[in-house]
Design a protein around this ligand. Structure first.
Ligand code: DDQ
Ligand code: CA
Length: 270
């Protein structure tokens, strides 16, 4: 039996054998893990910008120099364009109060936005934020994070899988599993695609993973636990969430749910 080594994770092996003159099928589940442990990365804060303290940040991505941000919580969910330097909201649309906004990504002037548990996503014109379409999920469970590589979308759903979606019709064309050399990991949340890797923050952890976007191998981890202490402390303060890459500056921007700051950081291998 040969395994497709491109994608890691759980595999089901099936074999038909002759036993006592009878043909029987045997199955065995195995886990194909990454070869190497993840490398440790560190970060340096190079700038701090204001961020809406009320925003329950879900999606974060730059497109043509503008920061696109989506927020969650029913009745507070929105899609906005933000001037990252001042934190000023340039344009905003609110989601129906029955929906819980989740991740977003922008491709070919279209914003794709997920909702959490209603199985529903939306498409908007990136300039006007006018709604141009909607879609439902296939086999993926919930709507968590989104990013894209210029051709396909990547979607997290709270499980150990990252799904690939066709941007034309939003069909799920496959998935890969996020694994280290030791085990399978779940709960990747907000995503960002840069040069063949997906930067993913992990729900309820102050950490980010660097995942190979083909195999699913977790190649790096970054501990951002120092950042939450640097924002205004208040009773509704929530977890680190939101990572956006700025290609012209070559830096990452990270924030959290109801954080009053957006941090511009440089990431490097320890
Ligand atoms: N998710 O973004 C990680 C997918 C879900 C975040 C859910 C946070 C719960 C907030 C409280 C909900 C009250 C109905
Ligand atoms: Ca992002």
């Amino acid at each position: 039996i040969t395994l497709n080594p491109e994608r890691l994770g759980s595999k089901m092996l099936k074999a038909r054998i002759i036993y006592d003159d009878k043909e029987v099928e045997i199955t065995k589940s195995i886990k194909v893990l990454a070869e190497k442990p993840p490398s440790i990365y560190t970060y340096e804060v190079i700038n701090t910008y204001p961020h809406d303290i009320n925003a329950f940040t879900q999606g974060l991505e730059f497109y043509n120099g503008v920061l696109y941000e989506s927020t969650g919580i029913k009745g507070e969910s929105s899609l906005r364009k933000v001037d990252f330097e001042t934190g000023k909201i340039l344009q905003q649309i609110d989601l129906d109060a029955t929906l819980f906004g989740e991740g977003l990504t922008v491709l070919d002037n279209k914003v794709y936005l997920l909702t959490w548990q209603s199985g529903l996503g939306f498409v908007y014109n990136a300039d006007s934020l006018e709604k141009t379409g909607s879609f439902t999920y296939g086999k993926s469970k919930e709507g968590w994070g989104l990013c894209n590589n210029g051709k396909e979308l990547f979607k997290s759903d709270g499980s150990e899988k990252i799904w690939l979606l066709n941007p034309e019709n939003l069909s799920e064309t496959g998935y890969f599993t996020t694994v280290t050399n030791k085990s399978v990991f779940n709960k990747t949340n907000e995503l960002e695609y840069v040069d063949g890797k997906i930067y993913a923050n992990v729900w309820q952890k102050p950490s980010m993973m660097i995942i190979d976007a083909k195999s699913g191998a977790i190649e790096g981890v970054i501990n951002f636990s120092g950042l939450k202490n640097r924002v205004k402390q208040h009773s509704k303060l929530d977890v680190l969430n939101g990572v956006a890459y700025h290609p012209e500056r070559g830096t990452f921007f990270v924030t959290g749910k109801r954080w009053n700051k957006l941090f511009e950081v440089k990431i490097k291998k320890k």
